[in-house]
Design a protein around this ligand. Structure first.
Ligand code: 8IG
Length: 276
């Protein structure tokens, strides 16, 4: 059986095997926290210093090559020291999205691998559209809850998982104590790859949504179902369709991400030791 066949036929076994490969390659039996870096967030990891290990994700069991510009598809291991404490962070540069049409398994393989590698906390980052008119481009927002307009879930069978505290209140409080200016919002998961119409954005606002994007929700559910705590931070990189009258483009997203990267990096570096 190929590594891709294993991913689709027995995804948890594929994740367990990928985690063992990471332990063997890095020399660290376990990691503490995983970071999934979305569009525009990749340069924020520079704040973490030099990684102690890096490979291309597709070298590991079950990982597919990346498909989007700004997602380089690397897996890194970092040692983050804070006082006497050492935190081992597994960092995924880039992710697979549902709109790529490869199904759910590749989308959540990274977080499942991270949990199998020992990570108790999963920090998901993304770039998204701002529905809430209070938000400005370049503003980070903590995800407090989500609305799934894809209704896609990585879970199958009679596994009835409670999502009341999916985006951990405890972790959000820790991040807000480091930066009290951070806002919280409700994220809508939209399959894409088309952006929304202005009418769809009005519908989402009416539903109580603040942010819209094409990722994060399946990964949050998969991580939570395996017992990890989830923290998710969105970077608003554009006003959602119809909010300003401007058209949406991917270059704008990349530019806004780059501009906000150093603030994001400093925030991550300062809070990570407190999350573990
Ligand atoms: I970046 O406006 C980014 N990702 N669905 N809508 C959706 N996804 C996004 C958007 C947006 N901006």
């Amino acid at each position: 059986m190929t590594s891709t066949e294993l991913l689709y036929s027995d995804p948890l076994q594929a994740a367990t095997k990928a985690a063992a490969e990471i332990a063997q390659r890095t020399g660290f039996a376990s990691h503490d926290i995983a970071l999934v870096m979305g569009s525009g967030w990749v340069t924020a990891v520079d704040a973490l210093g030099d990684p102690v290990y890096e490979c291309n994700a597709e070298e590991l069991i079950g990982f597919l090559p990346p498909a989007v510009e700004g997602h380089s598809g690397k897996v890194r291991s970092y040692e983050i020291k804070d006082g006497g404490k050492t935190v081992r962070a597994l960092v995924f540069l880039g992710r697979t999205h549902l709109y790529e049409g490869k199904g759910m398994e590749p989308v959540v393989h990274g977080v499942r691998t991270a949990v199998k590698a020992g990570c108790k906390v999963i920090l998901l980052t993304n770039a998204c559209g701002g529905i809430n008119t209070r938000y400005r481009v370049g503003q980070p927002v903590l995800i407090r809850d989500h609305i799934s307009l894809t209704a896609a879930t990585p879970l199958v069978g009679a596994t009835f998982v409670d999502l009341t505290d999916l985006y951990s209140k405890r972790l959000r409080a820790i991040v807000k104590s480091a930066d009290s200016s951070l806002e919280e919002g409700v994220y809508v998961h939209w399959r894409g790859p088309t952006y929304e119409t202005p009418a769809e954005i009005l519908m989402m606002r009416g539903m109580g949504a603040d942010l819209v994007g094409m990722s994060t929700v399946p990964e949050a559910i998969a991580a939570h179902a395996l017992g990890a705590e989830v923290l998710a931070i969105s970077l608003v990189t554009n006003a959602a369709a119809g909010v300003t009258g401007e058209k949406l483009n991917h270059e704008e997203v990349i530019a806004a991400g780059k501009a906000a990267a150093s603030r994001m990096g400093a925030l991550m570096k300062s809070v990570i030791p407190n999350l573990i």
